[in-house]
Design a binder for this molecule. Sequence first.
Ligand SMILES: [Mg+2]
Length: 453
Amino acid sequence: MFYIILPYITLKNIFTEKIALLKSLTCVIIMLNEHKFDKKDAFMIVMHIDVNSAFLSWTAAYEMQTGIERDILKIPSVIGGNEKNRHGIVLAKSIPAKEYKIQTGMSLMEARRLCPNLFVAPPNYQVYVRASKSLREYLNTFTPDVQVFSIDECFLRFTDLGRSKALSLAHGIRRGVYDNFGYTVNVGVSENKLLAKQAGDLEKPDKCHTIFSEEVEEKLWPLPIENLFMVGRKTKPKLNRLGIYTIGDLARSNYNMISSLFKSHGRLIYNYAWGRDDSTFKRRDAIKSIGNSSTLKFDVTDTETAHAIILSLVEMTAWRLRESEMTCRVVSIRIKDKDFNYILRQKKLLYFTSCTNEIYKNICILFDRYWNKRPVRQLGVSVSDLELANFQQLSIFKDRNILNNEKLDKVVDVIREKYGDTSVIRGVFANNELTPILGGYPEDEYPDMSSTL
Ligand SMILES: [Mg+2]
């Protein structure tokens, strides 16, 4: 009996001890997991800020500040280029204009057909840039980590904020923007940029929403597939043909099939459908290029006109470069002919510059070398390999002339900011119909906007 009981007691003790040990281990694991969750909770909140109908909101706020009594947000109105030009399109629309089925990107002529009383305000890029900058400065008071995504979109990162407090802070920021500037924003809250952006798009205007990873199935999956970031007009029909109509359909589809059909883009959107995004957080100085392009009113067939158009595009590009307090070392030209063939060429300079004349001169050299004399339908210029203006090294290749021109550019910038874009224009534009400063901030000028987060 003794021999039987002892092992039994011993065994029982060992068994009980093991259970106790297992229980305590489980507790430790649960505690570790909770700790991990707490850590995640406290260390990574990303917010996406998006100005509602930015160009229109900023114009309305500007008009109000300058004492103009109408409120263009409350009437059918749009921001758009010159109605007579080929590139006169709707850049932003008011909610009353939306009721007439007016859409962004529609030609102004078409918009006017839908609503004969439509109020069309011309774009004012100087106002937009100032508004965008003031918004960024305001957002910087909440966190130093502000990543500019486009002229009216930013990501904020908080490394010391719990999830529980995130939504109330998001509402605080939304109200703060309205109280300080008089326009509304959407705020999306999550743990990565992709989900924060998707959350910000859930419901507009003037709203805050969250999509944390555990909310993906409930909030992201029921949405139509075209609402997923990076699923564009070309990818949507291809996915539809595979029976994928919602983001959930994509998430539940076969990864290998999506990967083999759509390659890296397929793998990216598949991961996005699951709310996975491991892109790094880039601050403002990570802007890689600044550019400007325009579809021309007429097909250009001579070098002189092409150079004048390049100059008007460079005026805006170089001004934006200086406005961002940057300099560049690479200049590029994009020439699209009337048959939609296009040539893209770039040139590396021996020095960093923000000088309009230098950028213009070098882009003209590229144009003259690579233009194949076919009628030109669209021209684009851009500058890259950017460096903060404050940190650039002095170069022996920069002569006094360039340095003087850089100073002159800054003076002209100040005058234009105060008295309008056309207060100072180049002589070449004085007696012809060409626009002295072309272009602004179409979405595709932000490389980050159309490719990665
Ligand atoms: Mg917006």
